[in-house]
Design a protein around this ligand. Structure first.
Ligand code: FAD
Ligand code: SF4
Length: 510
């Protein structure tokens, strides 16, 4: 018998059980295909990052003695989709058996499931051996419940996997340190310079340029900053543990101009394509904290562990529980288009200009920029969630639908009506000013609601609550905002709504 095993671009897990034995009858295949480059308008760094990591993974497998077929984007015999390429390989090489690892994307899962029903050879699906939880675990955990509280799922996983536990109790006796975290960066504080790699990816950039693949953003082909191997991913993780972890929690929600990563780990790309595992990431950070207890406070570590064993696993569970309906949800029935400057960064709003420009430059923005700058604006402006999803799915190097859509449509746009979050994440300028250094030098005035230079976030914020009162008025978590709005002087209210109307009609000029 001869077996063909498909490795998807986000399954570069060298510790997978597949690779622990050597078998002459097994051949692996990786492929660069148009169905994957074209399902969204991806950032050029995202496409190149995936291909570069796939190529080095294939090379490492080969040098370890495995048999590997690698199909490049412009290969003559490339049929440009998983099914057609696999079908062709089975015919040409007489494979008698086909295997793949469970995909993380619903789209790919359906495609491969469907394909396997129609081929003549036997098939098998195996786990990708990456996550703490199985696909259905969150659904089972919340069975019969109407709400899906992150906190309870997170605590259950800490217990189940004995992460930072003392028997059945959390180490230190406290589960949640959010209250001690999330500070503004002091004005004179210079954040650490990010560790970047200088990978030369010229060949791949040229191959992509030969095609008509539509991309966004820019790339420095000789100095590609993202890790493309497991070794580089581990180096980046090491850098985070030694240089950033001690301030991670404190500044996880902080923003400042021209600093694109602050104390964030930037390991989402490496993890999402499985060059490293969430368990390794957490264990490395716990080890660092144990080695330097005087320097790394527990709240910094807990804040980080919560993102990975909490949010990341939680989003995966929600995705598999709620797809495919999830991608059609539009709770507020929002219908607008994204303003043009989302693709150029050319806006007078400092906060948005900074977040969008760095996204175009690095295919990266940290969480609070995604949530409280770009996402906040899109929700306030009533943009259709399909538009918002397409933008996030394209622009970020770590964007794979299972973790992109749950964050965008769910957490950020509240289009799921409260599955992921209990209230919409929206704010006026005051929150942005509290967490950043953007407002001081902005064209707009942060404390002004109406008039020439009024910060658009202010009027749009009240317009959002006003137009969605039927949907949100009864939500106890936003009751206070409705009280403030109701008590506002009627003339002020009219002027604020008029200002918002004006901004929405001239959204491309902001
Ligand atoms: P850090 O801040 O250093 O956090 C460490 C790790 O925790 C991350 O690498 C990530 O794996 C995990 N994590 C943190 N927050 C979340 C979260 N909310 N959901 C899932 N995992 C989390 N993350 C993606 O991986 N892909 C996406 O496409 C994506 N799209 C997003 C869209 C929006 C609108 C928002 C608000 C968030 C999105 N996130 C996404 C979550 C989060 O912003 C990124 O994981 C994070 O910014 C990645 O950078 P980092 O590795 O430096 O993260
Ligand atoms: Fe952003 Fe408004 Fe502050 Fe300008 S004033 S940076 S637009 S929040």
């Amino acid at each position: 018998s001869k077996t063909l095993r498909l490795i998807l671009g986000d399954q570069l897990n060298s510790n997978h059980s597949w690779f622990q034995t050597f078998d002459d009858s097994v051949t692996y295949v990786l492929m660069e295909i148009r169905t994957e480059t074209d399902y969204a308008s991806h950032h050029i760094q995202k496409i190149v990052g995936f291909f570069a990591a796939m190529q080095s993974f294939a090379a490492a497998l080969k040098s370890n003695g495995h048999q590997v077929i690698y199909i490049h984007l412009n290969d003559e015999n490339n049929r440009q989709s998983f099914d057609k390429n696999v079908e062709n390989l089975i015919a040409v090489h007489s494979f008698t058996h086909f295997e793949y690892q469970s995909p993380d994307e619903y789209r790919v899962e359906e495609h491969l499931k469907n394909f396997c029903q129609h081929i003549a050879v036997s098939t098998k699906v195996i786990d990708s051996e990456h996550f703490y939880t199985s696909r259905g675990e969150l659904g089972a955990f919340f069975a019969g419940k109407k709400t899906f509280l992150l906190e309870s799922f997170y605590r259950a996983l800490r217990k189940k996997h004995h992460v930072l536990m003392d028997g059945d109790q959390p180490l230190t006796g406290q589960w949640n340190y959010d209250g001690e975290n999330r500070k503004k960066l002091p004005k004179d504080h210079k954040p650490i310079a990010p560790l970047v790699f200088n990978n030369d990816v010229t060949n791949i950039v040229n191959e992509v340029k030969k095609t008509n693949v539509k991309t966004i953003g820019t790339i420095e082909a000789k100095n590609f900053v993202w890790p493309i191997t497991r070794e580089q991913s581990l180096q980046l993780l090491d850098f985070f543990a030694t240089e950033c972890l001690h301030l991670f929690g404190s500044y996880q929600d902080a923003m400042t101009p021209n600093e694109w990563s602050l104390y964030h780990a930037r390991v989402s790309f490496s993890m999402n394509i499985k060059m490293i595992s969430p368990k390794e990431v957490i264990e490395r950070c716990i080890e660092e904290w144990k080695n330097r207890p005087a320097e790394i406070e527990f709240n910094q570590l807990e804040g980080f562990v919560r993102q990975i064993i909490g949010w990341r696993e939680y989003m995966r569970g929600i995705y598999w529980l709620k797809m495919p309906e999830y991608e059609t949800l539009n709770f507020f029935n929002n219908q607008e288009k994204l303003p043009d400057w989302f693709w150029t960064g050319k806006t007078k709003m400092n906060c948005l200009r900074d977040a969008i420009t760095q996204s175009l430059d690095y295919a990266y923005a940290h969480h609070i920029q995604r949530l409280m700058i770009t996402g906040n604006f899109a929700l306030l402006a009533g943009i259709h969630p399909d538009e918002v999803d397409a933008w996030y799915l394209g622009i970020y190097i770590d964007a794979i639908q299972w973790v992109e859509i749950t964050n965008t449509r769910g957490m950020s746009q509240f289009a799921d009506g409260g599955i992921v979050g209990t209230k919409p994440y929206v704010s006026s300028a005051s929150y942005i000013d509290k967490m950043s250094h953007y407002c001081g030098s902005c064209f707009y005035k942060k404390a002004v609601k109406v008039g020439d230079k009024a910060c658009p976030f202010n009027s749009l914020y009240w317009n959002f609550y006003d137009r969605n009162e039927d949907k949100l008025g009864k939500n106890p978590r936003v009751g206070m905002m409705y009280n403030v709005w109701r008590k506002m002087n009627p003339e002020d209210k009219v002027a604020t709504l008029q200002q918002a109307d004006y901004y929405l009609k001239n959204i491309n000029e902001l």
